[in-house]
Design a protein around this ligand. Structure first.
Ligand code: GLC
Ligand code: MG
Length: 626
């Protein structure tokens, strides 16, 4: 029986009862009152329905559906050090496949694999000899196919590293080019020696350009009787991007891996794609000297790099690749394939990798290395706010921001900032708008390992450093194996000897211990990846300010949803902050989560007013909608 029927029957019953006792006039008054009552109820209902609809429309508009990568958590897998399945002391694809569930548990939905292609491993895979095959120490093509399939079943996307600035001199391309095989003559950047006006028989390098790993960018080929150009080590010859066959071949490589089902690529070393061209007199122009008195003539800092870095032609290549990948996606009815760019350059150049602000798009995002290059354990809360705002101010409209805390080329995040900063930094990068990118081990706060000079493997340190100063250059300490547990070789390999020795830190800092502990960096990381799904974080606005020189405040808020605030002391002393200033949030608030060394507990109520934060202490507060 509906409410309407009920009302009618009440009215009729009342009428029957009162009919016998009261006058017609009185009855009419009662009827009138009842009518007013019914009308009021109906109008009330209508108002509620209309309001509800409005709220839903409004929510739908705000919660625009996001593509899979827009609110992702990206995780770099340095494959060689992630998990070894066959006991040779070297990480491999099968090892990684055996750990896929880990990403689901951690809340990571995108993994980027460092290069897996055939390589002499002088630069650990960043010197590719065959772009279409898997390096034998890492496994087989079937292993990769299996990895992609299983990852996709678990909802994890897989990105490969596209190392396309250069090829190994062991590659077929280089051999053919060095031998001047038809079609390959100009595959690389070849140049004649510059003549020595004082001695005709002397051979001089074509220009004074310097390579990233030290020494001249030019290397002599006896076979071809010419120099070839290498921006990195002499075993990594730079492709000639002005050659159409090279551009075509690089697209073929992209297509090959797209057909294998990968979800996108991290593109390596973009600012190095192009170099200056010959000038009128048939000479390459020299770069002016930088005047940096700390630089030796062997080092990259010695010259001002106007002909060897950031040449604008690179953007044409990137926009071309984006079109290619988008077209492939359309033609194959596939999900979005993404491109990420590695470009250490200034902010204006960086933002151009996104697109040209008119109609051409580039990569989905170029890595934001500001947390690596511009912040350290010396930074104040004001520096943090300044650095974040700097990036956000240059970010073109409609593009997705990103935050990188570490990678295989830099000292580990926990080492650079200090271990008490791990949770706060993970929280900050997870809570800012955009995509956070982590390096394996950041989630458990791994620190740099220690690799002595005698065991140094990194080509950069071997080329640039010596026994006394190699620590300034070596990237090995950030690349030691992952700490799974406290068994042999930290559970990375059943072999006691591994390609880079395991850091002794694994005995007290490893994943298994952190999973068992009540509070740990890993548990904080898990809570954060979950928190990112909250509408205030995925779709909301943000407010960032320095509350004092030491403590920063980040608020994420969205109408009709719970708001979250991060209060984080990045300083080295206790700091008192006044939460009464958190205007965008309703106080008191609840502690959603806090850094491991905080004495507060999840669920604690924090009243408005002054609170004390320890160095590195981070609190995530939740205020309730109503
Ligand atoms: C990128 C890689 C680095 C490598 C270099 C040369 O910067 O991240 O590891 O040495 O490119 O390929
Ligand atoms: Mg192995």
């Amino acid at each position: 029986m509906s409410v309407y029927d009920l009302l009618i029957s009440i009215i009729i019953q009342t009428m029957i009862i009162v009919q016998q006792k009261i006058h017609l006039k009185q009855m009419l008054i009662i009827l009138l009152i009842m009518l007013v009552l019914v009308i009021t109820i109906v109008i009330g209902w209508l108002i509620i329905i209309v309001m509800n609809n409005k709220e839903m429309e409004c929510d739908e508009r705000e919660l625009k559906k996001m593509d899979w990568w827009e609110n992702a958590v990206v995780y770099e897998v340095y494959l060689r050090s992630f998990k070894d399945s066959d006991g040779d002391g070297i990480g491999d694809i099968k090892g990684l496949t055996s750990k896929l569930q880990y990403f689901v548990d951690a809340g990571v939905n995108v993994i980027w694999l460092t290069p897996i292609f055939s390589s002499p491993m002088e630069d650990f895979g960043y010197d590719v000899s065959d772009f279409y095959s898997i390096h034998y120490e890492y496994g087989t093509m079937e292993d990769l196919e299996d990895l992609i399939e299983k990852a996709h079943e678990l909802g994890v996307k897989v990105l490969l590293d596209f190392v396309c600035n250069h090829a190994s001199i062991a590659s077929q391309y280089f051999r053919l080019s060095e031998g001047r095989s038809p079609g390959y003559e100009d595959y690389f950047v070849w140049a004649d020696p510059r003549s020595d006006p004082n001695n005709e028989s002397n051979r001089l390098v074509p220009s004074n350009w310097i390579s990233e790993f030290g020494g001249s960018i030019w290397e002599w080929s006896d076979k071809r009787q010419q120099y070839y150009l290498h921006q990195f080590s002499r075993t990594q010859a730079d492709f000639n991007f002005r050659n159409h066959s090279v551009r075509k071949e690089l697209q073929n490589i992209l297509k090959f891996w797209l057909e294998k089902g990968v979800d996108g690529f991290r593109i390596d070393a973009l600012p190095h794609f192009f170099e200056g061209t010959l000038e009128d007199e048939g000479k390459y122009p020299d770069e002016p000297l930088s005047g940096d008195v700390t630089a030796s003539p062997f080092e990259i800092k010695y010259t001002d790099r106007r002909y060897t870095k950031d040449l604008f032609e690179v953007y044409d290549v990137v926009y071309e690749w984006r079109e290619f990948v988008d077209q492939w996606q359309k033609d194959n009815g596939a999900e979005t394939k993404i491109l990420l760019a590695e470009a250490y350059t200034n902010i204006t150049n960086t933002m151009l990798y996104y697109g040209d602000e008119r109609n051409r798009s580039g990569v989905h995002f170029p890595f934001n290395f500001d947390f690596i290059n511009k912040l350290s354990d010396m930074s104040s809360a004001r520096d943090y706010v300044y650095v974040v705002n700097h990036w956000m101010s240059y970010l073109p409209y409609g593009r997705v921001a990103n935050w990188v805390l570490g990678n295989h080329d830099n000292s580990r995040m926990a080492t650079r900032f200090g271990t008490n900063m791990v949770d706060g930094l993970n929280a900050l990068t997870m809570m800012l708008p955009g995509v956070p990118c982590y390096y394996q081990g950041d989630e458990i706060g791994m620190e740099n390992g220690h690799i002595p000079w005698e065991d140094t493997k990194d080509i950069r340190a071997l080329r640039l450093g010596n026994e006394d100063n190699y620590e300034k250059y070596t990237r090995d300490p950030a690349r030691t194996p992952f700490h799974w547990d406290n068994s042999t070789s930290a559970g990375f390999s059943r072999n006691v000897s591994t390609w880079l020795s395991v850091s002794q830190e694994y005995r007290w800092n490893n994943l298994e211990a952190q999973v068992k502990a009540d509070k740990s960096h890993f548990k904080v990381f898990q809570a954060l990846t979950k928190l990112r799904k909250e509408p205030a974080l995925s779709h909301g606005n943000y407010h960032l300010e320095a509350m004092t020189a030491h403590s920063l405040l980040l608020i994420r808020y969205l109408d009709n949803y719970d708001s979250y605030a991060l209060v984080f002391n990045v300083g080295k002393v206790d700091d008192e902050v006044d939460l009464a200033r958190v205007k965008l949030m309703k106080m008191p608030a609840v502690v959603y989560m806090c850094s491991v060394h905080s004495e507060r507990r999840d669920g604690d109520i924090i009243p408005s007013g002054r609170i004390l934060l320890k160095p590195g202490e981070a609190l995530i507060l939740k205020s309730l909608r109503k």
